[in-house]
Ligand binder design. Structure first.
Ligand code: NAP
Length: 264
């Protein structure tokens, strides 16, 4: 779906409440859905969740939903004005840095309060064997050896960085089929989390995985692959987060609700 294809949807009938504050949640994460569910149940505000439209069949949260890019900072400014948004909650994924930058700029321009949620990073334990890398290109350069059987679990958007890896074998997992060219030696599985420890253990064993490439996404939905890697002593190439926010952030959805209460 492109930036110009905006679909307005309403997942659960929630009346727009005239004169009540309108809250925009920038979503695409489980925390965003959780917040939408909690806020949609309130009758003192109207909540709208926004998705980029990357996933073909998104699980829609409660409340009003819109899908598609806004058209950069200018588009977002227009949307906030037209929709009379009183507060923006940025609950996007830790690797979605562009939309967070746009949200900061647009909110600053309009003096609309912004609450930025950033879930904590995963930290290695003494039993983990991680190599932290700054980006996907670096990860690709490290794993491309003939003896490697790589579990590539980074979503589908940045798989292109591995397309020229012709030596290693890759097990690629994504929610939807990637548009990017996959590495020459690869197997694709299409699955949506959350994933469970025993299933991850089984997958790593049955595919004889020797190394995992993961983003440091944080959260619980995809953490079991890290726990399974720990149990099997499989090394993890862990891609560091991009710098995403210039404003103070809060780590948990409850903190967002507290901040919102202070603002409304
Ligand atoms: P990004 O690089 O920060 O954003 C690229 C563009 O996508 C933005 O400039 C914006 O387009 C549009 N966009 C992003 N999030 C949006 C939202 N919630 N509502 C409306 N438009 C949005 O983000 P990304 O890495 O492509 O991720 C896209 C979405 O997937 C995010 O919402 C994120 O929460 C979710 N997600 C990302 C990852 C990941 O690893 N990157 C993982 C899981 C979920 P315009 O400039 O046209 O407004």
């Amino acid at each position: 779906m492109g930036a110009d294809e905006v679909i307005e949807m309403q997942s659960v009938p929630t009346p727009t409440r005239p004169h009540s504050p309108r809250v925009l949640i920038l979503g695409g994460t489980s925390e965003a859905s959780q917040l939408a569910t909690q806020l949609a149940a309130r009758d003192d505000l109207t909540v709208i969740s926004s998705f980029a439209g990357r996933v073909s069949q998104p699980t829609l949260p409660a409340g009003l939903v819109r899908v598609g890019g806004f058209g950069g900072v200018t588009g977002l400014i227009s949307y906030l004005v037209e929709e009379k948004i009183g507060v923006v909650i940025d609950a996007t994924h830790p690797f979605a840095s562009r939309i967070s930058g746009n949200a900061e700029s647009a909110c600053k321009t309009l003096s609309v309060p912004l609450i930025a949620l950033e879930r904590p990073s995963w930290e290695p334990t003494e039993h983990d064997c991680w190599r932290a890398v700054p980006d996907v290109k670096f990860a690709a350069s490290l794993v491309n050896h003939q003896r490697n059987r790589v579990f590539l679990s980074i979503g589908r958007q940045e798989l292109g960085a591995f397309s020229k890896c012709e030596d290693a074998w890759f097990l690629v997992r994504a929610i939807d089929a990637p548009g990017e060219t996959l590495p020459a030696n690869s197997k694709l599985i299409l699955e949506r989390g959350p994933f469970h420890f025993n299933d991850e253990l089984q997958l790593l064993r049955s595919e004889s995985i020797s190394v995992i490439v993961s983003k440091n996404s944080g959260g619980t939905a995809t953490y079991s692959k890290i726990e399974a890697a720990r149990a099997l002593r499989i090394p993890v190439i862990m891609i560091d987060r991009p710098r995403k926010h210039n404003v103070p952030t809060v780590p948990q959805p409850d903190d967002v609700l507290q901040k919102l209460a202070q603002l409304l």
